[in-house]
Design a protein around this ligand. Sequence first.
Ligand SMILES: [Zn+2]
Ligand SMILES: [Zn+2]
Length: 417
Amino acid sequence: MRPRFTALKGVADVLPPETSLWRKIENAAAGVMGAYGYDEIIPPVIEQTGLFLRSIGDSSDIVAKEMYTFTDKGGRSVSLRPEGTASIVRAYVEHNLPVRPAPQKFFYFGPMFRYERPQKGRQRQFYQLGAECFGIADPGVDAEMITMLLTLLDRIGLKGLSLELNSIGCKECRPAFKERLKGFFGPHLNELCPDCQRRHEQNPLRILDCKVERCIEIRKNAPLISETLCQDCKDHFSGLLGYLDAMGAAYVLNPHMVRGLDYYTRTVFEVKGGAGLGAQNAVAAGGRYDLLVSEFGGPDTPAIGFAMGMERLAGLLQGEAAVPGPVLFIASMGKEAAVEALRMAARLRDGGTRVELGWGGSLKSQLRRADKINAGNVVIIGEEELMSGRFKWKDMRDGSSGEGGREDIFKQFSQAK
Ligand SMILES: [Zn+2]
Ligand SMILES: [Zn+2]
């Protein structure tokens, strides 16, 4: 027996018509982000493992449990990227982009990899669309990026979304907050889940992100970072709110939001689905990471970014997935007619018109296929049409028809008018 292959567990094919939806989202994203001055960057999907240990943090769940890490044939530890920002910061420093005028703005789209237990809405290979902006500390840049993100989600067709914001402080004020958290959770250590017991030692901030019920219960009265922010962080955050107010952007302050990655500083944000969209799940999320560029050996460079999951976006829009039927279907009888059909189709396709051909079989079976693929119009080429050079076409939606020579067909169906 021949082997029958299937895709690996936790990875999925994306098929038409869903791919047309993805393309629509990508195009909308490139259009909106282009208007904001963002250009595409395409980093590799594989990097030195150390890059992610250093940026995402080795205490994070991603690095501790979910990375696709292996030793290559040269004995190097390499990892498939679990997210996009680390690679882009690496590229920014490696190619000396800090010398270019600030801000430097990039967007990216591509697959990410996390070895998680596959479940609905969670794949081991998943796609993210994201953006990064380097070089400006002013909270106006945060507001600009958030405005861009909201515009983009609106352009894609997502409505009723809510924006949640928080500030998680800087290297000046966060250590004190971590100590307060440690003190708060200390007496509850035995009640916390095993992950949180580990987090208590390594990074107590993460306990605020835990999804385990009893940890959520315990942290209800935990201290808030807003109580510990230094004056600069307070000013930065109120500056952001001022800009957003001026832009008329609605937001909700969420003092409990910390985000799961180590590198965030100050502003963090999430866009969540409104009613009917699974209000608890973020559609997009991001934040500032003012220390990461210098962490990677670059000059002190403030930066901010966000990412959104393609599968989730497409899932929310699923009703809209559709592959367009051909504008014209050309049925032909006999070899000479097939040649004529191919020539006619090539000319129309040159101008961008979607054309399908009948390719043999009875006229009846060709027309059945035209119907099945939702052809907008049908032309039939037989001996008579070849002799006279006159062709009839029929509009399959309203039943109207027309007749003319080759030039008339071209005029009627060409998209490149
Ligand atoms: Zn601070
Ligand atoms: Zn926990």
